[in-house]
Ligand binder design. Structure first.
Ligand code: GLN
Length: 511
C-alpha cells in the first residue's frame, strides 16, 4: 500500500506566486527546486519528454530581476509550469508523443518538430510570468487512458510505480503530483485531464467547450478537444484557468464570454447549492472503494449546506460507443496532415508520392493511432456514414439533452471520475475495450460540451491509491465548479496528501 506523506506549503501555486511577487522567495529558487525534483525522480517516473532547464533558469532570473527593479509580476509569478507535449512552443520541441513528428536525418540523428509559434495558452502563461519548465509525456496524439501509448516511454504513477498514471495527459498529472512542477496544462477530449488527475491525487479541470483557446493544440477530435489545467489544489487550478480562459480570435470555436473571478469563487461555499447524483454513474463496474470515497465527499458537501438530489442521465450507457465513433472520425480527418510533406518524419524519400505517404504513416504512427484512423475512416465512408457517424451525432444530442434536463433541476452533477483506481502497467494494453472503459464517467460531459473538474478524495481504503470526485456544471459555469471543489477540498481527509516520492520537502517557505 502506498504511504502518503504530509505535504508542505510548497505545493500551493497561488501562495508561491504571491511569495515571488513579494520577494519572500524567488522564481530562481522555485525553478531550481523543480529541476532538482525532475533530476531526482523523472528517470523513474517518465513524466517529461523535454526539460527546458536552461530556458527556465533564464526566464526565472529575468523575472527576479524585473521584481527587483520594482515591477509587479503577474498572477503566475515565477511558478514552474509543465506543458503537455501536444501544445506548440516556439522554443521547445513538440512531438505529441508521436514518432510522426520526429524527423530522421540521413546521418541517423533524430530531430523533433519545433513549431514556429506558441499556442495561445502558452503565450498567456508567459504573459502571466510563469516559468515554462518542460514538455510532458502523453499517449500518442492524446489517444489513450494510461500514457502507455506514448511512442517514447510510459509514464509511471508516483503513488505506485508499477501502475499507470492515467492518460492521455499522464505526464502533466505526474509532474504536478510528484512536485516536479507546481502546475501543468493538459488537453481533455474525453477525460484526458480529469482521469489522470483522479489517479494521481491532483486537481484537473476540463473547461467548457470554447472556454479556452485551442490554437496551437495539436488536434485530436476538434468538436471535443479542450485545454485544461492541473494543480495540487483547487485554488491553484482556478488561478491557472483564469489565466488561460477567454476569447481568442485565432480559434473560431472560442467563446466571447467574460471570464469571472475564479479565485473569488473558491471562497463562495456550497450552502443552498443543489447537487445532482446520477444513479447511472453508481452502477455495476464501480469499485467499492471508489464509491465509498465519492459518497463520503458528497456527504461532506451536504454537511456544508449543499442539497443532494437524485438525477437521471439515461443515455450515459451509450457514451463510450458514441465517443469512439465521433472522436475517431474527427481524428481520421485531422491526422491527414501528417503526410511526410510538411512536418516531422518522412519515410520513402525517393518513392513515388503515394508510397511515400504510406511509408511515412506506416512508420510514424503507433498501433492505437492506426486503429483509430481505420475506425474513423470506416465510420465516415459511403454506405456506413448514416449507420455510424450520423447515428452517433444523434445520440450525442440525446446525451447533451440529458444534461440540459438535469441542470434544469440542479446546479451541479457529482460523479466518480474513474470506475477504478490506477491499474497495473500493461494490464489493458491488449484489450482496447477495457482501456476505453476507463473513460465511461468522463466522456458524457465531453460530448455535452459542459465543464467538469476532478478533485481528490481520500485514498482508497483497500488500495491506498487516489480516488477522484468529478463535479460537472453547465457550459461556462466553471466558477460553480471551483466553489464546490474548494468547499470539499477544505474539509477533505485527502487534502495535502502527497505520494511517497514527494519527500523531501521543498527548501522553500511560503508566507
Ligand atoms: N481516453 C480517451 C481516448 O483515448 C480520451 C483521450 C483524451 O481525452 N485525449 O480517446
Amino acid at each position: 500500500m502506498a504511504r502518503a506523506t504530509d505535504s508542505t506549503p510548497s505545493t500551493s501555486l497561488t501562495a508561491l506566486a504571491a511569495a515571488v511577487r513579494s520577494g519572500a522567495t524567488s522564481a530562481e529558487a522555485l525553478t531550481e527546486h523543480a529541476l532538482e525534483r525532475i533530476r531526482a525522480l523523472d528517470g523513474e517516473l517518465g513524466a517529461f519528454l523535454h526539460v527546458a532547464a536552461d530556458a527556465a533558469r533564464a526566464e526565472a532570473r529575468a523575472l527576479d530581476a524585473r521584481r527587483r527593479r520594482g515591477e509587479t509580476l503577474g498572477p503566475l509569478a515565477g511558478v514552474p509550469i509543465a506543458l503537455k507535449d501536444a501544445l506548440c512552443t516556439h522554443d521547445q520541441p513538440t512531438t505529441a508523443g508521436s514518432r510522426i513528428l520526429v524527423q530522421r536525418r540521413p546521418d541517423g540523428s533524430e530531430h523533433p518538430w519545433q513549431p514556429p509559434y506558441d499556442a495561445t495558452v502558452v503565450a498567456r502563461l508567459r504573459a502571466a510570468d510563469a516559468v515554462l519548465i518542460g514538455k510532458t509525456n502523453l499517449d500518442e496524439l492524446a489517444m489513450g487512458s494510461s500514457t502507455e501509448n506514448s511512442a517514447f516511454r510510459p509514464t509511471k504513477n508516483p503513488w505506485d510505480t508499477t501502475r499507470i498514471p492515467g492518460g492521455s495527459s499522464g505526464g502533466s498529472a505526474v509532474a504536478v503530483a510528484a512536485g516536479m512542477a507546481l502546475g501543468a496544462l493538459g488537453s481533455d477530449t474525453g477525460g484526458s485531464v480529469r482521469q489522470p488527475a483522479a489517479l494521481t491525487h491532483v486537481v484537473g479541470v476540463k473547461p467548457s467547450y470554447g472556454r479556452v483557446s485551442r490554437y496551437g493544440l495539436i488536434a485530436f477530435a476538434s468538436s471535443l478537444d479542450q485545454v485544461g489545467p492541473f494543480a495540487a489544489d483547487v485554488r491553484g487550478a482556478a488561478a491557472l484557468t483564469a489565466v488561460v480562459a477567454g476569447h481568442d480570435p485565432r480559434d473560431a470555436t472560442s467563446l466571447e464570454a467574460p471570464v469571472p473571478d475564479y479565485l473569488a469563487a473558491c471562497e463562495r461555499g456550497v450552502a443552498g447549492l443543489r447537487i445532482g447524483v446520477p444513479e447511472e454513474y453508481f452502477a455495476a463496474g464501480l469499485d467499492p472503494e471508489v464509491e465509498e470515497n465519492v459518497r463520503a465527499a458528497l456527504a461532506a458537501l451536504a454537511a456544508q449546506g449543499a442539497v443532494l438530489r437524485p438525477v437521471h442521465l439515461p443515455h450515459t450507457r451509450h457514451a463510450v460507443a458514441t465517443y469512439y465513433v465521433i472522436a475517431t472520425a474527427e481524428a481520421s480527418s485531422n491526422l491527414a496532415r501528417f503526410d511526410g510533406v510538411r512536418f516531422g518524419l518522412r519515410a520513402g524519400e525517393r518513392a513515388e508520392l503515394g508510397r511515400m505517404y504510406e511509408r511515412t504513416r506506416g512508420a510514424g504512427f503507433g498501433r492505437e493511432v492506426k486503429r483509430r484512423i481505420m475506425l474513423g475512416t470506416y465510420v465516415l465512408s459511403a454506405g456506413y456514414y448514416e449507420a455510424y457517424y450520423l447515428r452517433a451525432q444523434r445520440v450525442r444530442a440525446l446525451i447533451k439533452r440529458d444534461f440540459d434536463a438535469a441542470f434544469a433541476e440542479v446546479d451541479l452533477v457529482a460523479t466518480p471520475v474513474s470506475p477504478t483506481v490506477a491499474f497495473p502497467l500493461g494490464s489493458r494494453l491488449d484489450d482496447p475495450l477495457a482501456m476505453y472503459l476507463a473513460d465511461v464517467y468522463t466522456l458524457p460531459a465531453s460530448l455535452a460540451g459542459v465543464c467538469a473538474v476532478s478533485v481528490p478524495c481520500a485514498l482508497g481504503r483497500t488500495s491506498g491509491l487516489p480516488v477522484g470526485l468529478q463535479l460537472v456544471a453547465p457550459a461556462l459555469e466553471e466558477a460553480r465548479l471551483f466553489a464546490a471543489a474548494a468547499a470539499w477540498e477544505d474539509v477533505s481527509p485527502g487534502r495535502g496528501l502527497c505520494p511517497p516520492v514527494h519527500a523531501p520537502a521543498a527548501p522553500i517557505v511560503a508566507p
